[in-house]
Design a protein around this ligand. Structure first.
Ligand SMILES: [Zn+2]
Length: 372
């Protein structure tokens, strides 16, 4: 399944209609949020189907397709489910500050023809010209953004692309000062437009220009999305096995705030993950504990510690004397760990190689560091 977003060319009438729909769907959304909240207090819970159909007879009154109302209610239902399972906070009511900006169409749509697409309840809508894969459209969603109206389409295809025939393996360390560092020493930085955009956005925010801020934020999101798609595709195209250090991005975002959220590393990991699946590559997480502390040459824990030593960009191992770039070293550790060179094995090998061991003077001691 892939998603394509198309820009719409609405007529005045259609725009008024959709705005009216959003207004009514906002009330429905808020009604649903309260309904579940109050009923949960009395220990009454709904199945997804019964909840979806609570407003089954309201479609005609509001002049909105009944399946669109169902779609909004199942959005509410899912939001609460995530909260009940402690995956998310309590869903907020929609309003002026937290606007509802999407209209679901849960049924299959027909492929657009002559840059027009037919949408239930609205009729034909004109589109800006854009190629989409010739596949079944499972469902759609109209979005209102700062830059205009869009239609998201979920297409029933897996978007497989050609990859190089290779057996190459690589370790990746995601970070904030450098976006990604690979174990072969390559560093992938943020593109210049993204950095420039961040400056302009900050200016607009200081000037309190709300509309401009919304537009610039949308642009930044698009750029980040584009960057993540390109990087993930490049990785999957060029490497058969990719190990990445599995940092807890949510915890890091709490600790460091904006810079982590801006880097959107979690999204990059997700994109790489599904692309590898589709193209038959393997993409595996490695526990990130000790990756910065461990020397990738002799495997002793001589490096800077995770959070407190973040300012240390390079260091020298006090045991073997190798000079390390912090990020490249972590990426190498990730790769070696992925390849199965665990701490125990390394320690054992080092001792076996030493002359003292051969003469039986050293006792083998296995440390209990577990990496995977
Ligand atoms: Zn060392």
């Amino acid at each position: 399944m892939i998603v394509r977003t198309l820009k719409l060319k609405l007529t005045k009438k259609q725009e008024i209609q959709l705005n009216q729909w959003l207004w009514n769907l906002t009330s429905i959304y808020n009604w649903g949020i309260k309904k579940i909240e109050f009923n949960a207090k009395d220990n009454i819970y709904f199945s997804p189907k019964t909840f979806q159909n609570l407003l089954a007879n309201h479609g005609k009154k509001l002049d909105i397709p009944s399946h669109t109302i169902q779609g909004t209610l199942s959005q509410v239902y899912n939001a609460w489910q995530r909260c009940f399972k402690k995956l998310a906070k309590k869903p907020k009511l929609k309003g002026q500050r937290n606007k509802l900006n999407s209209i679901p169409f849960p049924d299959p749509l027909k492929q657009p023809k002559d840059n027009k697409i037919s949408v239930p309840g609205i009729g034909k809508i004109r589109l800006h010209k854009q190629e989409i894969p010739n596949a079944n459209i499972k469902c759609g969603r109209i979005l209102k953004k700062a830059s205009g109206w869009y239609l998201c389409l979920w297409l029933d295809t897996d978007n497989k692309f050609k990859v190089k025939e290779t057996n190459k393996t690589i370790g990746i360390d995601p970070g904030f000062s450098t976006l990604l560092t690979l174990s072969d020493g390559t560093k992938i930085e943020n593109p210049r437009e993204l950095r420039k955009g961040a400056k302009r956005l900050a200016q607009a925010q200081r000037g309190n220009k709300k509309k401009l801020v919304a537009k610039l934020q949308e642009k930044q999101t698009n750029r980040r999305n584009d960057r993540n798609h390109k990087i993930s595709r490049w990785l999957v195209e060029n490497y058969q096995t990719i190990y990445y250090s599995d940092d807890n991005f949510k915890a890091m975002a709490k600790h460091f705030g904006k810079s982590v959220i801006e880097a959107k590393l979690g999204d990059l990991i997700n994109k790489t993950s599904y692309k590898s699946k589709v193209c038959g590559r393997s993409f595996k997480p490695i526990n990130s504990k000790f990756t910065t502390m461990t020397c990738s040459n002799c495997w002793s824990l001589t490096g800077p510690t995770g959070l407190s030593g973040l300012a240390v960009r390079s260091w020298t191992c006090s045991v073997c004397g190798t000079h390390h770039d912090r990020d490249i070293n972590s990426a190498k550790v990730v790769l070696k760990t992925g390849l199965g060179t665990s701490h125990e094995e390394a320690a054992l090998r080092r001792r076996q190689e030493s002359p003292a061991f051969r003469h039986g003077e050293v006792q083998i001691k296995i440390f209990n560091y577990v990496y995977i």
